[in-house]
Design a protein around this ligand. Structure first.
Ligand SMILES: *Cc1c(COP(=O)(O)O)cnc(C)c1O
Length: 408
C-alpha cells in the first residue's frame, strides 16, 4: 500500500491569495463596472530594464551559432554572473563574498524553501510573525513541526511577534532555537533592520551554534544609507548566516526567474556528536543533484543588471515604486492611519482603523473603494489588525487608489 507523506496533511490550505482572489472575483462579478485597483500581490508592474533585454537578445544570438551555443552550464551558475555579484553586491559594500560561495538559482522562493533540507529534522525553527509563508510551510512538509492550532501556528515552531512595539524586528527568543529565518527589508511589514539589530542576531547565532537564513530579496529598495543591504556587512555573519537574493523585485525578473544564495566557506552545522561540518559542500551537493542550472540567456540578462546602463535603469524603476510608496505613506498618514514601512521597502503596513479585523478591512476597502490589499492576518497571527498595501503598480493607479481611500 502506497502511503502519503502525512506532513503535507498538516498544512493549512493555501488560504491567503486564493481567498483574496475569490473575494475580488465575486465582487467584480457583482459589480462589473467597478474599476478594481490591485495593491495586493507583490508582483512588479514595470517592464524589464532595456539593458537586460538587449543582453538577452544577444544571448539568443549566441545560442544560434555553433561556436557560442551553450548546453548544460555549471549548476552553480556561470562565472561571469557570480563574479559580477561578488564584485557589485558585496565587495563594493565592504562585505566579503567570494564567487564560489554564490549559487545561482531560479528563485529565492525555491532557495528559501529548499535550504532547510540540509539541516536535521530535530532543529527548532524560529520565524517572525507575520512571516513569508514559504519558510514555515517547507518546514512543515519536511516534518520539522507538529500540527497547527486554530491560529495556524504549528507546534515546535517558535514564533517571534513583530509589532509596532518592537519596530517589527523581533526580540531574541527566550527558548533555544537553531534555525532562524529573518527577512529585511521585510515582506510584509516593510520594516528594515539596522546593523546593530542584526549584530544582536549574529551574536546570538554564534553563542547558540544556530544558523540565520537571511532573505534580502528587497535590499535594492533600501533608501537609507545606514541600513545594511547584506547580513555580511555585520561582523561575524559569515560564520553563522546564509543569504538569499533575487533579481525578481530588484530588476523585474518575477517572470524571468533568477536568484542566488550565498553559503560562506566558514559556515558549519554539527553532527549529533558535535563535530562541525562545513555547509557549503553540503549545499553544493544538494544543489547539483536536484538542479541543473539557470538558462544561459537568463544569466546574461542578470549580468546586464550590473552594467552601467543596467544599474541606472534599475534605479529608475525602483524609484517609480518608491515614489508610489512615499505618496501612499503621505496620503494615508494624512487620513489618520498609522502607517509603517514604505521607506526602504515596497510595502506599506498599516494599522486597520478602529481595531477592525484584517479581513473586515479587506472587505470594506473592496466594497467601498474597489481596492484590493492583503489582510495582515494572512501572514500570521500577529498580523491581525494590520493590512499590507503593495507599491508595485502604476503611479496613476496608486494615486487613484489613495483618492478612493479618502472617501472611505
Ligand atoms: C518576492 C519574494 C522573494 C523572491 O522570490 P523569487 O522566487 O526570487 O521570485 C523572496 N522572498 C520574499 C520574502 C519575497 O517576497
Amino acid at each position: 500500500m502506497i502511503t502519503v507523506n502525512e506532513n503535507f496533511l498538516k498544512l493549512k490550505a493555501g488560504y491567503l491569495f486564493p481567498e483574496i482572489g475569490r473575494r475580488a472575483a465575486a465582487f467584480a462579478r457583482a459589480n462589473p463596472k467597478a474599476a478594481i485597483i490591485r495593491l495586493g500581490i507583490g508582483d512588479v508592474t514595470e517592464p524589464l530594464p532595456t539593458a537586460v533585454c538587449t543582453a538577452m537578445r544577444q544571448a539568443v544570438e549566441d545560442m544560434s551559432t555553433a561556436e557560442r551555443f551553450c548546453g548544460y552550464g555549471p549548476e552553480q551558475g556561470y562565472e561571469f554572473l557570480r563574479d559580477a555579484i561578488a564584485e557589485n553586491d558585496y565587495r563594493a559594500r565592504g562585505a566579503e563574498v567570494l564567487p564560489n560561495e554564490i549559487f545561482i538559482s531560479d528563485g529565492a522562493k525555491c532557495d528559501t524553501g529548499n535550504l532547510q533540507e540540509i539541516f536535521g529534522l530535530e532543529n527548532i525553527v524560529a520565524v517572525t510573525d507575520p512571516v513569508y509563508p514559504v519558510y514555515v510551510d517547507t518546514n512543515v512538509m519536511a516534518g520539522r513541526t507538529g500540527q497547527a492550532d486554530s491560529f495556524g501556528r504549528y507546534d515546535k515552531i517558535v514564533y517571534m511577534p513583530c509589532t509596532a512595539d518592537n519596530n517589527f524586528v523581533p526580540d531574541l527568543p527566550s527558548e533555544p532555537v537553531d534555525l532562524i529565518y529573518l527577512c529585511y527589508p521585510n515582506n510584509p511589514t516593510g520594516a528594515v533592520a539596522t546593523k546593530e539589530q542584526l549584530k544582536k542576531w549574529v551574536d546570538y547565532a554564534k553563542a547558540h551554534k544556530a544558523v540565520i537564513l537571511f532573505d534580502a530579496a528587497y535590499e535594492a529598495f533600501i533608501q537609507d544609507d545606514s541600513i545594511p543591504h547584506s547580513i555580511y556587512e555585520v561582523e561575524g555573519a559569515r560564520q553563522v548566516a546564509i543569504e538569499f537574493r533575487s533579481f525578481s523585485k530588484t530588476a523585474g525578473f518575477t517572470g524571468v526567474r533568477c536568484a542566488f544564495t550565498v553559503v560562506p566557506e566558514e559556515l558549519v552545522a554539527y553532527t549529533k556528536e558535535g563535530k562541525p561540518v562545513p555547509l557549503k559542500p553540503v549545499w553544493n551537493r544538494r544543489h547539483c543533484t536536484k538542479f541543473n542550472g539557470v538558462s544561459y540567456i537568463t544569466q546574461r540578462g542578470a549580468q546586464a543588471v550590473y552594467s552601467k546602463e543596467g544599474q541606472k535603469q534599475v534605479r529608475q524603476i525602483i524609484s517609480i515604486y518608491m515614489k508610489n510608496a512615499a505618496m501612499m505613506r503621505q496620503s494615508l498618514s494624512k487620513l489618520g492611519y498609522a502607517v509603517y514601512g514604505g521607506k526602504n521597502a515596497p510595502y506599506i503596513w498599516l494599522k486597520t482603523p478602529n481595531g477592525m479585523g484584517s479581513w473586515e478591512f479587506f472587505d470594506l476597502l473592496l466594497q467601498k473603494a474597489h481596492v484590493v490589499g492583503t489582510p495582515g492576518a494572512g501572514f500570521g497571527a500577529a498580523g491581525e489588525g494590520y493590512f499590507r498595501l503593495s507599491a508595485f503598480n502604476h503611479p496613476d493607479k496608486v494615486t487613484e487608489a489613495m483618492e478612493r481611500f479618502a472617501c472611505l
